[in-house]
Design a protein around this ligand. Structure first.
Ligand code: C6P
Length: 432
């Protein structure tokens, strides 16, 4: 879309005002006030201005019920899990294991044995790289995409210290969509795994992972999905997708920091060797020989963050109560409205315009440096992320060093989007 002329800008502004009035009503109907009041941080001021938090791709904010669950556990139910018959230990274990069952149902795993708690998406992917990596041999190939987060690149390179692994990379088109012909052409007899993000943290592209998994399986290749940017925003059904592994983080889905999930098909997890050694993951230990615990504990060495795991259950309550349908519809509304308004700002360049896109907008204005734009927005209370977003290969492919990135969650409003646009207009004028 070209930058608008002055005359059309006036027309656009009138149409924009009419549109935003309708969308304000939609926000009222959704009762965002009820949602927002569960997040005390949204009341904060930044540099004397109302906080507008648009960095939800980095981490989302946390509703009070999650904070209260953490406090409750620390003040009433803190004893180590799976460590004996004492009452508090049993209670803590029950809370942790109830969350595991809930997560299994949440993503439609076949059983809670397929749910491994980790520290986050990063650790979930490292676990697979380290453990499934044992099955790979010198010269084997892994298919990734150019839009992967470093968490889905570097673990495979570390595996390369043990053996020579070749990474094959799927490119994107001008809209930031994967080149599916290139993807299909990358398979050969040395391909041992596909590892791809469900949703790009920079472009917002929602990848056609069901189709990608079917293609991989037709070639006899298992697939790991990095779902860090999907599970917070959309219903994920691992069995319907037929994913072999699916990784995500609690802190991006209104949950606590330091908790992640790795879903893995039982057939793979049973075959794979443990990732780390220590307490909890063993059946019997002697100096001569150790046998390992059943799934999922074989992959959970040491004391887990059982407080955070128990509190994750409350984040799932929040999402369930709000409803994925409402979350998706509201975030889509924010995305399309904000994108259309941004495109009217002279010099605006948006990276990622896929037909199927999540509410993430990466952009640059004119010759403005992303840090400068981010700092100017911060002076107006608007929190965005700037930089390469842990996706340097994608930045290289786009021929840029970094972008400014605004990303929405269900508690963001059209009023905030309007303030963001107004701030961008001021920044663009300053940069002229
Ligand atoms: N992306 C962002 O600002 P952890 O840090 O383990 O919770 O998640 C890592 C990760 C993996 N994959 C994708 C697609 C991601 O977006 C992220 C985290 C944040 O974009 C922090 S760098």
């Amino acid at each position: 879309m070209p930058p608008s002329s002055t005359a059309s800008k006036k027309g656009n502004n009138e149409a924009g005002r009419h549109q935003s009035a309708l969308l304000y009503i939609a926000d009222l109907i959704m009762d965002l006030t009820k949602i927002r009041e569960q997040f005390p941080i949204l009341e904060r001021k930044i540099k004397g201005k109302d906080l507008i938090y648009l960095d939800n791709t980095a981490t989302s904010q946390t509703p009070m019920r999650v904070v209260e669950a953490i406090e409750r556990m620390y003040t009433t139910t803190k004893a180590n899990v799976h460590r004996g018959v004492s009452s508090i230990s049993q209670e803590a274990t029950d809370l942790q294991e109830a969350t595991r069952r809930r997560v299994a149902q949440w993503i439609n795993a076949s059983s809670e044995q397929e749910i491994i708690f980790t520290r986050g998406t990063t650790e979930s992917i490292n676990l697979v790289a380290s453990s499934f990596g044992d099955f790979l041999e010198n010269g084997d190939e892994i298919i990734l995409t150019v839009m992967e987060h470093h968490a889905n690149i570097v673990p495979w390179q570390l595996l390369g210290r043990r053996k020579r692994i070749i990474l094959r990379v799927v490119p994107v088109n001008g809209r930031g969509e994967l080149d599916m012909n290139a993807y299909r052409s990358l398979f050969n007899e040395r391909t041992k795994l596909v590892s791809v993000c469900h949703v790009s943290n920079v472009l917002g592209t929602v990848n056609p992972i069901k189709e990608m998994i079917a293609t991989a399986h037709a070639n006899g290749v298992p697939v790991l999905i990095d779902g860090a940017q999907a599970v917070p925003h959309m219903k994920v059904d691992v069995r319907e997708l037929d994913a072999d592994f699916y990784a995500f983080s609690a802190h991006k889905m209104y949950g606590p920091t330091g908790i992640g999930v790795l879903y893995g098909k039982k057939k793979w997890l049973e075959m794979m060797p443990p990732y780390q050694g220590g307490g909890e993951m063993i059946a019997n230990v002697s100096f001569e020989h150790t046998t390992y615990a059943e799934l999922p504990f074989k992959f959970e060495a040491g004391t887990p963050d059982f407080v955070g795991i128990a509190a994750l259950d409350k984040a799932l309550d929040f999402i369930e109560e709000t409803g994925y349908d409402n979350i998706e519809a509201h975030e889509h509304k924010l995305l399309t409205y904000t994108t259309e308004r941004m495109m009217q700002i002279p010099g605006m360049r948006i990276f990622g315009t896929a037909a199927d896109k999540s509410a993430v907008i990466s952009f640059l204005i004119g010759k403005g440096h992303h840090y400068d734009i981010g700092m100017l927005l911060d002076t107006q209370g608007i929190e965005v992320r700037t930089g390469h977003h842990c996706a340097q290969p994608l930045m290289h492919a786009l021929g840029i060093e970094g972008t400014v990135r605004a990303s929405f969650a269900v508690y963001n409003t059209i009023e905030e989007a309007d303030k963001f646009i107004a701030a961008l207009e001021r920044v663009a004028a300053m940069l002229e």
